[in-house]
Design a binder for this molecule. Structure first.
Ligand code: GLV
Ligand code: MN
Ligand code: MN
Length: 423
């Protein structure tokens, strides 16, 4: 018998219905995109407005007061706005050519829990947050939505520019004017906890035959730009020996990024973007610009790897008569989640009938921005094949049911904990 089947029949039915509805909603939201043929939704874009319009009636029907804040985050509140509140959230933006579940699932989990507990009364308010940016697809810098709610959108982030030269600051002002009815973004001081459900985006739970994992912490991350400058020239007349080809230098460095990173146990580094100038088929490239994303659970190891990769860029440039310039524009420290809340999540899963393991996540999540301000925890859902940031990303409806059942037990456990504190 599956754990869901061991619940009382009413709850079991409600959980199954909620899981089916959540899957259907992920399918509906996956059709909202700014690039036909693939899923793409970016910070403050018209496609994000459409997602808000799709979600608002679902949230209102669940009894929530719904608003969009100045940073473009969708917010829904159920319960007493002056009392303690549990935040449940994740993000509504995507990477290019995304899957249907990364982020969206966590927001819809919040809504599912509000719908499923509606008539039961909760000793705290539930606030569902659909963050406007976690991926950093539009501006390179991630977590713009969650940073805004904890007052961490500093000037260097506000100055980041998108491909059309618009800064974050200008985009926010334009958004506020366009939408008109935006509200204050800062989290309520009565926020007692933050919970985020997310697909694992890796193969571990599947390999252990487990539906759910309890996340103890997340790896830190650094994002950088690395530029090589040489001399552009005629592709037909510049002899190979006399070239100072910036793109060839970047290529050599990218291969070195793989080799050097393998020496740092547990580290990952990715060059995901490259652009060459002037970009002619018959012109030796004079400039090559690369992105660099580096992650490790230990911040000191990550910092050491970033230094080593920058040094490697200098070495390649020197050998080839190029100049290299490396700059770090985003850093997010590794986080350990709140030990008590992690235990609450673990107890909740166990009470719902699921064995879990504790894990450290390698991806970035809004929870890592919220965690220094509000006790936070995360629950991962098994992700078939570990495929994510890819259109084949998936999750099983049964595992969503497991997450919803665990979420319901989490609310009960948290209520008991808070009541215990009040006694
Ligand atoms: C977002 O998913 C990231 O880890 O970059
Ligand atoms: Mn993602
Ligand atoms: Mn995500």
């Amino acid at each position: 018998m599956s754990p869901v089947a061991t619940m009382d029949a009413t709850r079991s039915n409600a959980v199954r219905l909620a899981a089916a509805r959540l899957m259907e909603r992920c399918g509906t939201l996956a059709k909202i995109t700014e690039r036909p043929g693939e899923i793409l939704r970016t910070f403050l874009s018209p496609s994000m407005d459409k997602v808000h319009r799709a979600m608002r009636p679902w949230m209102e029907a669940a009894g929530m007061r719904v608003a969009v804040d100045r940073a473009g985050n969708l917010r829904g509140l159920c319960g007493d706005p002056r009392g303690p509140r549990l935040l449940i959230g994740s993000h509504l933006d995507t990477v290019p050519n995304a899957g249907a579940y990364d982020g969206v699932l966590g927001v819809l989990m919040g809504l599912a829990l509000v719908e499923t507990t509606r008539d039961q009364g909760c000793p705290f308010a539930l606030e569902v947050l659909g963050f406007s940016d976690e991926e950093g697809t539009r501006f390179g810098a991630p977590f713009l939505g969650s940073r805004a709610v904890v007052s961490e959108l500093d000037q260097s982030l506000l100055d980041c520019r998108d491909e059309s030269g618009i800064s974050v600051d200008e985009a926010l002002q334009g958004f506020a004017t366009r939408r008109g009815e935006v509200v204050e973004e800062r989290l309520s001081e009565k926020s007692v906890a933050y919970l985020e459900f997310h697909i694992e985006q890796g193969p571990v739970l599947e390999s252990r035959n487990l539906a759910l994992g309890i996340v103890e912490g997340l790896a830190g991350q650094t994002r950088c730009s690395v530029e090589f400058r040489g001399v552009s020239g005629h592709a037909g007349t510049t002899p190979m020996k006399l070239r100072r080809d910036a793109l060839a230098g970047a290529a050599e460095w990218i291969v070195a990024v793989e080799t050097v990173t393998r020496r740092f146990d547990g580290a990952v580094a990715t060059v995901g973007q490259i652009a060459a100038e002037p970009g002619g088929v018959n012109v030796v490239p004079g400039v090559a610009r690369c992105s660099l994303d580096v992650r490790h659970a230990d911040d000191a190891v990550r910092a050491g790897l970033v230094r080593a990769l920058f040094a490697e860029a200098d070495a390649v440039a020197q050998k080839r008569g190029l100049r290299s310039m490396a700059a770090q524009y985003h850093e997010q420290a590794a986080v350990r989640f709140d030990a008590k809340l992690v235990s609450v999540a673990e107890r909740a899963a166990s009470r719902a009938g699921y064995s879990t393991i504790r894990m450290t996540g390698g991806a970035g999540h809004d929870a890592m921005v919220i965690a220094p301000h509000v006790p936070a925890a995360m629950v991962f859902l098994r992700n078939p094949g570990g495929i994510s940031h890819h259109p084949d990303e998936s999750v099983a409806e049964d595992d969503v049911a497991a997450a919803i059942h665990t979420g319901l037990c989490f609310l009960e456990e948290l209520a008991a904990d808070l009541q215990g504190k009040g006694d």
